[in-house]
Design a protein around this ligand. Sequence first.
Ligand code: 9Z3
Length: 296
Amino acid sequence: PSHVEEVKKLMAEFAEHHGSAGRRVVITSGGTKVPLESRTVRFLDNFSSGRRGASSAKYFLDSGYAVIFLHRHRSLYPYTRLYTGVNLLDSLQLVTGKEDAGQILVDQNALPNIAKVLKRYQAVKAAGLLLPVEFNTLSEYLHLLKAAAQALSSIGSKAMFYLAAAVSDFYIPAYEMPEHKIQSSNGPLQIMKMVPKMLSPLVKDWAPKAFVISFKLETDPSILLERAWRALETYNHQTVVANVLDTRRGYVVVVTKDTQQELVLTDEEVQKEVEIEDRIVSNLTEAHSEFMSRQV
Ligand code: 9Z3
């Protein structure tokens, strides 16, 4: 991607700025886009609103982690995600009196908890604890993930990778990609290749000491755990968080080689707007502590 060099610099600064003491997490979030033509009219997209990643970022920040937030352009973003349903202009009012001219009033009923959220957001920003990096395409995602892993390689086991982005399994290699819009008169499309799995080089080469968590998404619950185990066996990383599309907001299974733990929200918790990411993040930060203590 054209901005990869610039992003590498920011990531290196981010890694240095926080010294070797603190823990960092790279959160990936949102779906990747795979173009079908180099002058793209059509593309294949993976579903993800980005809520899992954006919400988790907040809980990691609350737990003292610094966060690289590698997310799909325009997917949900930490803190501001709480106001995505709000029309910003409807919640502002221009003061027209002579002395106050130019001032703007905020309707705090339209933006619930805005003062508290703004305070936290500004503190996180001022301390440089959140580095947002955007991707659109699968290829951008892969290059930027590699860059993040390399930037954090110096902090070893203090780095966590929380791979919640929905990543395409299929792509078209650049050398096979047509330049112009594919014509339907040429018949059905049979052009996709399998994406080489980036989890292998991430675990083996780019960040061999880091604590790595991947997410497994299925729509058929009966194959979920078997797929999670297979991923752990294939890639040899620490944890898979398994979820089913329809129930992902209230139920996940945290799977390791020797354990599997269900995290479930009760109806009462859902009503109180408890978020499952709160549970996932506290489970994983604890596991990360244990992982770090075993490395020394
Ligand atoms: C997930 O499973 C995430 O939990 C969701 C979150 C994408 C379901 P939302 O963003 O949804 O809150 O709307 N992410 C991983 C999906 C994925 O592509 N996993 C790959 C796979 O299942 C492995 S890396 O093969």
